[in-house]
Structures are given as structure tokens and as C-alpha cells.
Design a protein around this ligand. Structure first.
Ligand SMILES: Nc1ncnc2c1ncn2[C@@H]1O[C@H](COP(=O)(O)OP(=O)(O)OP(=O)(O)O)[C@@H](O)[C@H]1O
Ligand SMILES: [Mg+2]
Length: 395
């Protein structure tokens, strides 16, 4: 009897991998980030606008979700909204989506949403409608002519609602750099900044996955969003935290991995959040009882194979001299414009080098770390070494 129950529990647990990648993570899949969580929470509750910048898939969205979930549980006088701008393609779309999400976040009752058009707008008259499930089918639209003239009413909406209800608002905008692709963005950017900097009851958290674009929006003294608030440059999760996280994931699901073996996972993936979770998942999946280097090696091959089409595409999209520059980066060169390096890797002229460097940085393929360049994607780097230098990635 006992054995049967144990077996059932164990096989149920086995179905659910303790590792997760591809979506934002929370709960038992979220590790560490104690100081970042505390800092972001404190900023957002104390009215300090915060921008989070990091290379792709290090954990910005997960961090914000974690902090917002926590704030929703403890701060009854604060309303929060997380708005993903990934698929928002124009200023009008942004304003409609912003208004809709702010109204939804302002109350848990959909009846309140419907009256908000009357209560919180003066010149604009939003068209509001709900479908069979009010909570998922709430729609809002404006006459676009009117919207263009009165966009400040939408931009000020969270402040208007917060003041009228005596509450505070925290508004998080994910993939913020997407706005920079709008026609007329420079004008819009000034409007946003002018409206938001006057808000006393709203705190903004702005973040996005195009590192160089975010840096250009927020860290450029010539731009309106310069000094908008605190800039958090999110770091990687430390090796020790990953090792503990991986080991506990194995133990929780009735498997084992010793410290030395677990250590190889963050080492191979250079502590990159997404890839550490992906490799951990593959190792976990291949392990029956206790993981060894054999499982790590097979899992690594599986991970590289799974991502190969992506990496092939990545290299197809760049020019020959950019590819040569990547080769120089992978070989650890730092003086790209020295005559010897330019000749060895056929990099062209110093002008070519600096142009290509900018292109590779702008497309987030390489980034500047301690005055040297590094691949942003650690698994792409392993694939690249194998592909172009036949350097094996097993160890
Ligand atoms: N705190 C964390 N603990 C464990 N794993 C994490 C953590 N944060 C992120 N990850 C892993 O990294 C992956 C990417 O996380 P997330 O989507 O939050 O990153 P992001 O920086 O917002 O990415 P993007 O730049 O693509 O928007 C997650 O799916 C998860 O596997
Ligand atoms: Mg994200």
C-alpha cells in the first residue's frame, strides 16, 4: 500500500519538470533575485520610476511579475498593471491598450470599468463593450481623430483614477522599446515624458528586451527619458544560487545531482537564466536516478540541436565580414582594429570594423563586457565554435 502511494506520488511528480523556460517564471521556478526583488519593490512602492535593462532572457519580466504579485498580495491601496507592448504597432494602438489595461486594473468589478468612460474622461468619449466573459472580453476604442487631439487624457488616466479613488498606481510596460518603432516617435516620446513626470500617485516600471535600444532611450542625455528614474542593470543570477536551485529541483522530484555535476550547467551556459533552465530540464529529463556527466553531455547536444535552426538563421542574416568579426570575438580578440587582427580575420578597414561592431551590438549578438566583447547567447557561441572551428562542446 505504502509503496503504491509512493510510486504514484513519484510518477506524478516526474511528469512535472521542476525547470521551466519559455515563459516568465514564478513560484518554485523562480530563484534568488532577493536583492533585486527588494530593490524593485521598494522603488515601486516609494514612487521611484524604474527602468530595467538586461540582455535578452535574463529575467526582467519574471522579476517584475514576481514583485507585482507580491505587491498585489500585501498592498491593498495600490493597483498594478502590467502591459506588454510586444504587439502594439502604433501610437493609437498603444493609447487604446494603455487605457483598457489601466481601467481593468483600477477595479476588480467590471461594472466599474463600464462607468469609467463617464467618470474619468472629459473630452474623449471611449466606446466600451464587454463580451460573454467580461473579464477577458472587455474592449475599448476611441475615435482616432479625437484621440490624436486629446492623447494626454489617456496618458494621465492612471493619475486621474488614482486621485479620484485615493489609491496609488504602479504601471509596468514590458517591451517598452517597441514604442521607438512608431512613426513620429520623437514627438510621442516627449509627450509621454511630459505627462508622466507630473504624476504623483503613479509609479512607472519600464523594461524591454532590446538592450541597446533601451539604453539609448534612457541613458542618452539628449533624449526625453534621460533621468526619468532609477536604472537597474539586471545582472545574471550567481552560480551558487543556480547550483542550489538545480539540486533542489532534482531532489523535489525524487532525483539527484551532486554539486560538482550541477555546477557544470551554469558554467556551460554562462549563468544565462533561460539556458540554465533549459539545460537543467534536459539533464533532468534524461536522468533516471542520479545525473552524471553522461547526461550533461547528451543534454547539451540536445539543447544545441534544438536551437540549431535559430542559430543558422542568425548567421544567414549577417554579412561575411560581420561573420569574420564574430570569429575574432569568439577567439577572444579585443584589438579589432590592430593591423594583425584585421588581417588575420579579414575584417576589412577600421571603418568596416566599427560599422560591423555597431551592427552586431545593435542586433544584440554581442555585447560589451569589461571592455571586451562577448556573445550575448552562450549556446549560440558553443554552436558557432563547433561550426566554424570544429571545437567540440562536450567536455
Ligand atoms: N529568477 C529566475 N529564476 C529562475 N529562472 C529564471 C528567473 N528569471 C528568468 N528565468 C529563466 O529565464 C527565462 C526568461 O525569463 P524572462 O522571460 O523573465 O526574461 P526577460 O529578460 O524578460 O526576457 P526577454 O528579454 O526575452 O523579454 C525564463 O523562462 C526562465 O527559464
Ligand atoms: Mg521579457
Amino acid at each position: 500500500m505504502y509503496n503504491t502511494i509512493w510510486y504514484k506520488i513519484r510518477s506524478n511528480e516526474m511528469k512535472d519538470s521542476p525547470f521551466n523556460y519559455g515563459t516568465t517564471v514564478s513560484g518554485h521556478c523562480f530563484t534568488d533575485r532577493r536583492s533585486e526583488t527588494a530593490k524593485l519593490r521598494s522603488n515601486l512602492l516609494n514612487g521611484i520610476n524604474t527602468t530595467i535593462i538586461s540582455p535578452r532572457r535574463w529575467g526582467k519580466s519574471s522579476l517584475v511579475e514576481r514583485v507585482i504579485t507580491d505587491i498585489n498580495e500585501t498592498e491593498k491601496n495600490t493597483r498594478t498593471a502590467i502591459i506588454d507592448l510586444f504587439s502594439v504597432g502604433s501610437e493609437e494602438e498603444f493609447l487604446e491598450s494603455f487605457a483598457r489595461e489601466i481601467i481593468k486594473a483600477s477595479s476588480s468589478k467590471w461594472e466599474d470599468w463600464m462607468s469609467s468612460g463617464r467618470d474619468f474622461f472629459n473630452r474623449l468619449i471611449p466606446k466600451l463593450s464587454i463580451g460573454s466573459d467580461p473579464y477577458t472580453d472587455f474592449m475599448l476604442s476611441f475615435s482616432w481623430d479625437e484621440l490624436k487631439k486629446n492623447s494626454d487624457e489617456v496618458l494621465n488616466l492612471p493619475e486621474t483614477i488614482a486621485r479620484s479613488k485615493g489609491i496609488r498606481f504602479i504601471v509596468c510596460l514590458d517591451e517598452f522599446q517597441n514604442l521607438a518603432s512608431f512613426n513620429d516617435y520623437p514627438v510621442f516620446e516627449k509627450k509621454l515624458r511630459a505627462a508622466w513626470q507630473r504624476h504623483k500617485s503613479v509609479t512607472y516600471c519600464l523594461y524591454g528586451s532590446k538592450c541597446h535600444m533601451m539604453t539609448n532611450i534612457f541613458n542618452n542625455p539628449a533624449k526625453p527619458f534621460y533621468r526619468f528614474g532609477d536604472i537597474m542593470l539586471l545582472q545574471k543570477i550567481e552560480t551558487k544560487e543556480w547550483v542550489d536551485f538545480i539540486r533542489s529541483g532534482f531532489v523535489k522530484t525524487g532525483k539527484q545531482i551532486d554539486e560538482k555535476t550541477a555546477l557544470e550547467i551554469p558554467l556551460l551556459m554562462k549563468n544565462h537564466s533561460w539556458y540554465v533552465q533549459q539545460l537543467s530540464h534536459y539533464v533532468w529529463n534524461l536522468t533516471e536516478f542520479k545525473a552524471t556527466y553522461i547526461e550533461i553531455n547528451s543534454a547539451l547536444k540536445e539543447l544545441i540541436n534544438a536551437n540549431t535552426p535559430l542559430y543558422q538563421k542568425e548567421t544567414e542574416n549577417i554579412s561575411q565580414t560581420q561573420l569574420y568579426l564574430l570569429k575574432a570575438v569568439v577567439k577572444g580578440e579585443t584589438q579589432f582594429t590592430s593591423a594583425a587582427v584585421m588581417q588575420k580575420y579579414a575584417l576589412g578597414t577600421p571603418r568596416n570594423v566599427s560599422k560591423n561592431k555597431a551592427i552586431l551590438v545593435n542586433s544584440d549578438l554581442i555585447h560589451d563586457i569589461d571592455s571586451a566583447f562577448e556573445f550575448v547567447d552562450p549556446a549560440f557561441e558553443l554552436w558557432f565554435k563547433k561550426q566554424y572551428f570544429n571545437q567540440t562542446y562536450s567536455f
